[in-house]
Design a protein around this ligand. Structure first.
Ligand code: TXA
Ligand code: MG
Length: 322
């Protein structure tokens, strides 16, 4: 049995583990990340191994200030006026990479994802280090992202020495990824930064590469991501009842209980109908589904506005049939 993973709030301890080439789970405003020294191949290999992540799926690099970007990427400095309006925050920028970044981090691509997370503990940690942190979401590959320290421990216990506990993630959904490496800014992943707000800052409609291409540009955007263990379905409760008369049916609903099932067989994303709260609770609710004895779950989508777009993106993946 490997040493069990400790959870705590000791930023110095986290920094020392990372300096020793170990992995530490870090809190961010979006989800917890599984972090290692981005400039050291051995640490990066440990990240892929701990997550069982295929090496074709590149990692995002976390740093504490936009003034650090020039160490890791080549770009038109005018981009920084956008970055400084949007970061720290739930957004990742894809830029042309410099050679200091190991190819392993970017899966051989000539671009790198850079992000300044907003969580104060992680910002302090990043400031205290003289290297940036590569950090994917701290979940086994293909599973739901963790939004609290115990989620990381539940799934990766023994695979890292330390989890820095920063409480529940404020946004709850991964960062929006925007590609600034070619002529026109384009969105690769919908996420915690609302598209409409981004378009205000960029003063233009952002191209949605995610929708227009059959080949995902964010290589990790596989159709069947975010899958909890229980079967999720886009069918309504009534349709499921008809199709599976002998199965235990449950429902994940946006904000209201359906009369088709007892309330105990339903989970609400936000009782008050708040899209922000629904985003915060989404991954926790998907985890909760695994603890029920339901065979199949009817999933209701969020309103298609604001963060609802990112929520529905995750729910579409979670309900994707292999
Ligand atoms: O909010 C977040 O972004 C969280 C926290 C921990 O920062 N991180 C996160 O990492 O969601 P991960 O590895 O679970 O998802 C990163 C996504 C993947 O889909 C990956 O393919 C894409 O970013 N990505 C990373 N580098 C890329 C690059 N150079 N070009 C295109 N996509 C990239
Ligand atoms: Mg992930």
């Amino acid at each position: 049995m490997k040493r069990s993973t400790e959870i705590g709030t000791d930023i110095l301890r986290a920094a020392n583990e990372l300096r020793n080439g170990e992995l530490v789970a870090i809190p961010t405003e979006t989800v917890y990340g599984l972090a290692g020294n981005a400039l050291e191949r051995e640490s990066v290999i440990k990240i892929f191994e701990a997550k069982n992540r295929p090496q074709f799926d590149p990692l995002i690099i976390h740093t504490h200030a936009s003034s650090e970007f020039e160490k890791y990427a080549d770009f038109d400095p005018r981009i920084l006026t956008w970055v400084d309006q949007l970061s720290p925050g739930p957004i990742t920028y894809i830029l042309k990479k410099k050679t200091i970044i190991p190819d392993l981090v970017t899966s051989g691509h000539d671009t790198v994802g850079l992000r300044i997370p907003r969580h104060p503990m992680t910002l302090e940690l990043l400031k205290s280090l003289d290297f940036p942190l590569a950090a994917p979401s701290a979940n086994p590959f293909g599973y739901v992202s963790p939004t609290r320290a115990s989620h990381v421990k539940d799934q990766l216990d023994g695979r890292l020495p330390y989890i820095l506990d920063g409480g529940d993630a404020e946004v709850g959904i991964e960062s929006t990824i925007i590609d600034l490496s070619s002529e026109r800014p384009a969105v690769l992943r919908l996420g915690g930064f609302e598209l409409a707000e981004l378009e205000k800052v960029f003063e233009q409609k952002l191209e949605d590469i995610r929708l227009s291409s059959s080949q995902p540009n964010a290589p990790g955007m596989l159709h069947s991501h975010y899958a909890p263990g229980v079967q999720l379905s886009k069918l309504s409760i009534a349709e499921l009842k008809k199709q599976y008369p002998e199965k235990r049916i449950g429902a994940l609903r946006f904000s209201t209980y359906s009369e088709e099932l007892p309330n105990e067989a339903q989970i609400l994303l936000s009782e008050s109908g708040s899209i922000t709260e629904a985003a915060q609770r989404l991954f926790m609710c998907l985890r909760q589904l695994d603890k029920t004895n339901w065979d199949v779950v009817s999933v209701e989508f969020a309103p298609e506005e604001g963060l609802g777009l990112a929520i529905n993106d995750r729910l579409t993946r979670a309900t994707h049939q292999q």
